[in-house]
Design a protein around this ligand. Structure first.
Ligand SMILES: [Zn+2]
Length: 562
């Protein structure tokens, strides 16, 4: 290994042309500290070995987000950070980007660094619920005598776009009886040459792991630590069947490796995140495997439909549109399950007073208001349903929105561009001006309303009533490290329950799910005059009329998946 590296360096210095082709090596050694089965704190020792470093004094060398997707990383808490090259210890200082919704820390050498560099540090693990509130389950946590986390919260990444051949190695000597795995496979693995940034979306897990199936054959496998409040076996069997079915639906010529990482989530149970070859999903203190199916289906769709292609309305919109439709077609849920899913999306979307927020205002306001945050999901899903109806009508039932989504997936596979412009070309081919018009309306915040039969012959549109979601105070009050209630509405349920302006709250519940469930109470832990106590209320305002769908009597179940 080392010989190979020196050979590459010699070649690189021999000619510029060779230098462009040479790549460097990065080794990531993860050594979890000891963890008792019920430990709530621990640590992970990280050692990075980089070849071919060439940085001037003062030139940023390594980086890690401080906050990513509203999640705090170890950037500000890591300990014993050391960097050593052939000339010895490298003094490091750091500089943070301006504080923003997501920002990074950069470590800067006090002198020039050349050649091999070893960087080591200790990443602390702490299960205390994050002060910032809801975010994806990225942070390191301990569970059942093991640990899990996503690279973007604890692996320092070399600055710049240089490609690396990466090897992931584990030292489990302090976790006897354990195994380790990541998005790239079990134990020590080598990754093909590519950007170091891949480590940001890699899930890691080590400890006394449980698996389904015991011996993974195809691409699917599931791992978890500890003891969920349900047996994950049946739901993982369901997920495996859905995975096989989706491989066919998305015409995937390979059987892509697909790994489910299951872990406990104290504040947003059921939340998940799609990551490299994997999805990370979470459960709470109570609950069933059944309740996870929606998330599992949703996250699996992301592995095929490029999340970052045309925009969030595309990735999240089609994931919500398909999250129950594909399991229905696969025979893995009932038409009633499907109906419940579309009605939940419809209820949250049509009762949302901010559902006319233009698309370009969503990103800047994403974390400050749950009613804005859910729009790419809810409006996006209804947009796909509207398009599906238009395409079926225009083609006399020969084509559907599936054809366009699958074409985008195939473009991605062929290495072609998958931007908004590419989507618009497909829409134009299929629908002409009507396609562009629907798309522009969606972006502008126009109401996306599928036809009465927009979800197939089994269902027809109707209306219902629901009390709209209303926190009762300025939603931005819940953003940031210190959350102080502002602009309390005097007649709101919050005011009636005793909440006051100036109350400081620690995070209560995940608001996106709360917004979708008209029966669910919000409990805020409130600090006032030095005392902390809970205030619970139903975060709802006046009743509004919404669109819903209902079953058409007499149409057989078989006709429902279309
Ligand atoms: Zn999603």
């Amino acid at each position: 290994m080392r010989q190979g590296f020196f050979a590459a360096t010699l070649l690189a210095s021999a000619s510029l042309a060779t230098m462009a082709q040479a790549h460097e090596r990065m080794e990531v050694l993860l050594a979890p500290g000891p963890l008792a089965a019920d430990a709530e704190q621990g640590h992970l020792d990280v050692t990075l070995k980089l070849s071919g470093v060439d940085a001037a004094a003062g030139q940023p060398l390594l980086t890690l987000p401080v906050v990513i997707a509203n999640t705090a990383t170890v950037a500000t808490t890591l300990q014993n950070l050391r960097a050593v090259d052939a000339a010895g210890e490298v003094p490091l200082s750091f500089k943070d980007d301006p504080v923003a919704i997501a920002y990074a820390r950069h470590w800067i050498p006090g002198r020039a660094v050349k050649g091999d560099l070893t960087v080591s540090y200790r990443a602390p693990i702490d299960n205390t619920p994050p002060k910032r509130g809801a975010g994806p389950p990225y942070q390191l946590r301990t569970e059942g005598g093991g640990l899990s986390g996503v690279g973007n919260t604890f692996i320092l990444i070399p600055e710049g776009a240089k490609p690396y051949e990466i090897s992931l190695r584990w030292d489990l000597s302090k976790l006897p009886g354990s195994a380790a795995t990541s998005s790239y496979g079990d134990g020590d693995v080598s990754l093909r040459v590519g950007p170091a940034g891949r480590l940001m979306s890699t899930v890691f897990m080590a400890g006394p792991m449980h698996r389904y199936p015991q011996d993974a054959k195809g691409g699917f496998s599931a791992v978890w630590l500890g003891t969920p409040p349900f047996d994950p076996g049946p739901v993982m069997d369901w997920t495996q069947q859905l995975h096989s079915w989706m491989i066919g639906f998305f015409r995937d010529p390979s059987e892509p490796p697909y790994r489910v990482f299951l872990r406990y989530n104290p504040i947003n149970a059921g939340g998940g995140a799609a990551l490299t070859n994997s999805f990370l999903t979470t459960y709470g203190k109570t609950g069933s495997g059944e309740a996870l199916k929606g998330t599992l289906a949703h996250e699996m769709i992301h592995t095929w439909t490029a999340v970052d292609g045309p925009g969030q309305w595309f990735g999240e919109g089609n994931a919500v549109f398909y999250q129950a439709l594909l399991p229905l077609r696969a025979g893995l849920i009932t038409p009633d399950n499907y109906l419940a899913d579309i009605n939940e999306t419809a209820r949250r979307y049509y009762s949302n007073p901010l559902n006319d927020t233009p698309n370009d205002q969503i990103a800047p306001r994403f974390w400050e208001d749950t009613r804005v945050r859910v729009l790419p999901y809810d409006r996006g899903a209804m947009y796909f349903a509207v398009l599906d109806g238009l395409i079926r009508k225009a083609s006399g039932g020969q084509r559907s929105v599936d054809d366009l989504v699958i074409e985008m997936v195939e473009r991605e596979r062929r290495g072609q561009t998958t931007g908004e412009a590419d989507w618009l070309v497909l829409l134009d081919k299929e629908l002409g001006a009507a396609g562009a018009k629907t798309h522009a309306a969606m972006l502008a915040g126009g109401l996306m309303l599928p036809e009465a039969d927009g979800f197939g012959p089994c269902f027809t549109r109707t209306t219902g009533k629901v009390r709209r979601f209303e926190l009762g105070f300025e939603p931005k009050s819940l953003v940031g490290d210190v959350k102080t209630i502002r602009d309390l509405q005097p007649n709101s349920e919050a005011a009636k329950a005793g909440l006051r302006d100036g109350d400081v709250v620690t995070y209560g519940q995940a608001l996106d799910a709360l917004q979708g469930d008209p029966e669910k109470q919000l409990t805020l832990q409130v600090t006032r005059d030095g005392k902390t106590f809970p205030i619970s209320y139903l975060p709802r305002a006046e009743e509004v009329e919404i669109y819903q769908w209902k079953r058409v009597p007499g149409v057989p179940d078989k006709a429902c998946g279309r």
